[in-house]
Design a protein around this ligand. Structure first.
Ligand code: FAD
Ligand code: SIN
Length: 542
C-alpha cells in the first residue's frame, strides 16, 4: 500500500499541468502521477490544430471567443464557465510557454494564428501541425525537473476507493461519497495494489475507442468516466460525441485514424464529393468552416447520397512550400501512402474524436465525490455544451487544471481531522483487492470479439445520425455484452484488455442512455425522429 498527498491519474495536458502546480506549491508534499501506458501516450500528444486563445486584443476580443463557443454549444453551455475559460485562458497559455512550449511565430515575432470551424477570428496558436506533441514534451520535461513528483507508468487504475469498500452501502442517493484513493493494476507485477490519497485528480482523457473509427489513440477508453459511474458519482451529457469531419480514409486500417486538422480548411482546403463538386455551400453559409457537427453531418449525407466511404479534401491549389510550412506532418503522412497533396485530393471521412460530456464537475473541477477532482476531456465542466468549438479543449484542460489546483490548495490545508480527511483513519481498513476464485482467462477471443461487437454497435446505431429504433437496438446488444463481460470479470483475473472492455461497455451504455433521454436534435446529437430542438433546455445527468 502506498500513501500520497496528491494522486494524479493521467499524464496528458490536464494531469501534468495540475501535477506541476501542486508540486511547485507544496515542495514538501508528495505528488504521484500514474498512467496506464507510456508517459506521453495520450490524446494530448496527437493534437494538431492548436489552442484557441485571445491574445491579440487589437483584432480579437474575449466577447467574440465567448460568442463563438456559445454558438457551437447550441444552447447548453454554462455561460459562466465559458467566460471563465476564455478570460483565464491567456494566463494559462503564457504559463505553458514559460514551461518551454513553443508556438509558431511570424517574422516580426508575433504569434502565427490559425482559424478553424466556428471561429470568427484567427486565434489558434499552434506548433506546425504537431501542437499537442510540443505541449506534451514541454510538460514532461518540466515534470522531470520537479523532485516531489513520482511518475509511475504502465499502471492501470481499476477503481476509486470509497466507503463502499469499507462495507457501507453507497448508492446514487448517498450524500457524502468520499474518495480515499484507488486500486491499481501494476502491469509489471500483474498484482492489484491500493494507493491512498488525500486528494485524487482524474485526468483520464476521452473515449473515442468505443467507436470503430476514431482519431483517438488506444488509451482513450473512458476509464475515468466508468470508474466514477461505478462509484455512484454524477456523469453528464454523454450523448454529445464529436465526430471530426476529416480523418484520413485508409481502407483496411483499423484503430486510430490519422487526423487531417481542420486548420487545413482554415487555410483554404476545400471539401468535394465523389464527383469533385464542392458541397458545403448547400449545407451552411460558413461552408467548409461551419462548426464540426454541421460539416460532419454534411459529409455523412454526401457519402450516403453518392454511395461512397469518403469524400475528398482538395489542397491541390497549395504550393508544397506553403503547405509544408504549416502542415509538414500531414504532408509526410500523405506522401507515405502515395498521396502528393499538390496533385491528388486527400480521401477523408468523419471519425469519433471528442467526448463533450463526462464526469460532472463544478467551476472548481470538483466532482460529486468528495476529494475527487476531474479535469480535461474526462470532465464535463459546462464549457462545451452540445458541441465543442475547435481547439477549445487544450485551453479548457489548462484552465481547469489551474482551478482544481487552487481548490486543492484550500482543501489540503483544511484540518486533517475534518470529516473529509478520514483517510488516515480508514487507511488500515481498506481491504486488499480480492481476487479469490478467479483464474486466468482461457480465451482472449472472448474479449477481442466483444470489443469489435461493441464498436460496431456504437458506430452503426449511435453515430452521427441516430433514431429511436437504432438506440433501442444498441441498448439491447449492450445489455448482452454487459452480462457476458461481467461473468468474465467475476471469474477471471483482471487484465487491461478486460478492464478496458468493461469500461467501454459502461461508457457505451451511458452514451446510449443519454441519447435515448434526449428527445430532440441539438448540437452533436441528431435524432431523425426528433429533428428539431426541444423547448426544454437541459443537461442529462446520469
Ligand atoms: P489525455 O491527453 O488523453 O491523457 C489521458 C491520460 O490518462 C493518459 O496518460 C492515459 O494513459 C491515462 N489513463 C486513462 N485511463 C487510465 C487508467 N485506467 N489508469 C491509468 N491511466 C489512465 N484539442 C484542441 O484543443 N486542439 C487540437 O488541435 C486538438 N487536436 C486533436 C487531435 C487529435 C488527433 C485528438 C485525438 C484530439 C485532439 N484534441 C484537440 C483534443 C485534445 O487533444 C484532448 O481533448 C486533450 O488533449 C485531452 O487531454 P487530457 O489530459 O484530458 O487527456
Ligand atoms: C484539429 O486540429 O482539427 C482538431 C482540433 C480540435 O479537436 O480541437
Amino acid at each position: 500500500m502506498q500513501q500520497t498527498d496528491f494522486l494524479v491519474i493521467g499524464s496528458g495536458i490536464a494531469g501534468l499541468t495540475y501535477a506541476l502546480k501542486v508540486a511547485n506549491q507544496f515542495p514538501d508534499k508528495k505528488v504521484l502521477v500514474m498512467t496506464k501506458a507510456a508517459a506521453d501516450e495520450t490524446n494530448t500528444k496527437y493534437a494538431q490544430g492548436g489552442i484557441a486563445v485571445v491574445n491579440d486584443l487589437e483584432n480579437d476580443s474575449f466577447q467574440k471567443h465567448i460568442n463563438d463557443t456559445l454558438i457551437a454549444g447550441d444552447g447548453l453551455c454554462n455561460e459562466n464557465v465559458v467566460e471563465i475559460v476564455v478570460k483565464e485562458g491567456p494566463e494559462r497559455v503564457q504559463e505553458i510557454i514559460d514551461w518551454g512550449a513553443k508556438f509558431d511565430k511570424e517574422k516580426d515575432g508575433d504569434y502565427k494564428r490559425g482559424k478553424e470551424g466556428g471561429h470568427s477570428e484567427f486565434r489558434i496558436l499552434h506548433h506546425k501541425d504537431v501542437t499537442g506533441k510540443e505541449m506534451e514534451r514541454a510538460l514532461i520535461d518540466a515534470v522531470a525537473k520537479q523532485k516531489n513528483i513520482e511518475f509511475i507508468k504502465h499502471c492501470f487504475v481499476v477503481d476509486i476507493i470509497t466507503q463502499h469498500h469499507l462495507g457501507y452501502l453507497v448508492n446514487k442517493a448517498t450524500p457524502d461519497v468520499e474518495c480515499y484513493g484507488v486500486y491499481v493494476l501494476n502491469l509489471e507485477t500483474n498484482k492489484i495494489e491500493k494507493i491512498l490519497a488525500k486528494i485524487t485528480l482524474l485526468a483520464t482523457g476521452g473515449n473515442g475507442q468505443v467507436y470503430r473509427t476514431t482519431t483517438n489513440p488506444s488509451i482513450a477508453t473512458g476509464d475515468g468516466v466508468a470508474m466514477v459511474y461505478r462509484a455512484k458519482g454524477r456523469i453528464e451529457n454523454m450523448e454529445f460525441i464529436q465526430f471530426h469531419p476529416t480523418a484520413l480514409y485508409e481502407p483496411g486500417v483499423r484503430g486510430q485514424a490519422f487526423l487531417i486538422t481542420e486548420a487545413v480548411r482554415g487555410d483554404g482546403g476545400i471539401l468535394r464529393n465523389k464527383n469533385g463538386e464542392p458541397f458545403m455551400e448547400k449545407y451552411d453559409d460558413r461552408k467548409d468552416l461551419a462548426p464540426r457537427d454541421i460539416v460532419a453531418r454534411a459529409i455523412d449525407s454526401e457519402m450516403k447520397r453518392t454511395g461512397t466511404e469518403h469524400v475528398w479534401l482538395d489542397c491541390r491549389h497549395f504550393t508544397k512550400e506553403k503547405f509544408t510550412e504549416h502542415f509538414p506532418n500531414i504532408y509526410a503522412k500523405c506522401l507515405s501512402i502515395g498521396i502528393d497533396i499538390t496533385q491528388h485530393m486527400i480521401p477523408v471521412a468523419p471519425a469519433a474524436h471528442y467526448s463533450c460530456g463526462g464526469i460532472k464537475t463544478d467551476e472548481w473541477g470538483r466532482s460529486s465525490i468528495h476529494n475527487l477532482y476531474a479535469c480535461g476531456e474526462c470532465a464535463s465542466t459546462g464549457l462545451h455544451g452540445a458541441n465543442r468549438l475547435a481547439s477549445n479543449s487544450l485551453l479548457e484542460a489548462m484552465v481547469f487544471a489551474h482551478r482544481c489546483f487552487m481548490d486543492s490548495v484550500a482543501k489540503i490545508s483544511e484540518s486533517s481531522n475534518s470529516p473529509l480527511h478520514k483517510w488516515r483513519g480508514v487507511g488500515g481498513e481498506v481491504p486488499d483487492w480480492n481476487a479469490k476464485g478467479t483464474t486466468e482467462p482461457k480465451e482472449m477471443i472472448l474479449i477481442t470479439q466483444s470489443l469489435k461487437e461493441l464498436q460496431l454497435v456504437m458506430s452503426d446505431y449511435v453515430g452521427i445520425v441516430r433514431n429511436d429504433v437504432r438506440l433501442q437496438r444498441a441498448m439491447r446488444r449492450l445489455d448482452l455484452l454487459w452480462e457476458e463481460t461481467e461473468q468474465l470479470y467475476e471469474s477471471s483475473s483482471v487484465s487491461p484488455q478486460l478492464l478496458e472492455l468493461r469500461n467501454m461497455i459502461t461508457v457505451g451504455y451511458l452514451i446510449v442512455k443519454g441519447a435515448s433521454f434526449r428527445k430532440e436534435s441539438r448540437g452533436l446529437h441528431y435524432n431523425t425522429d426528433y429533428p428539431g430542438k426541444s423547448n426544454l433546455v437541459q443537461n442529462i445527468v446520469l
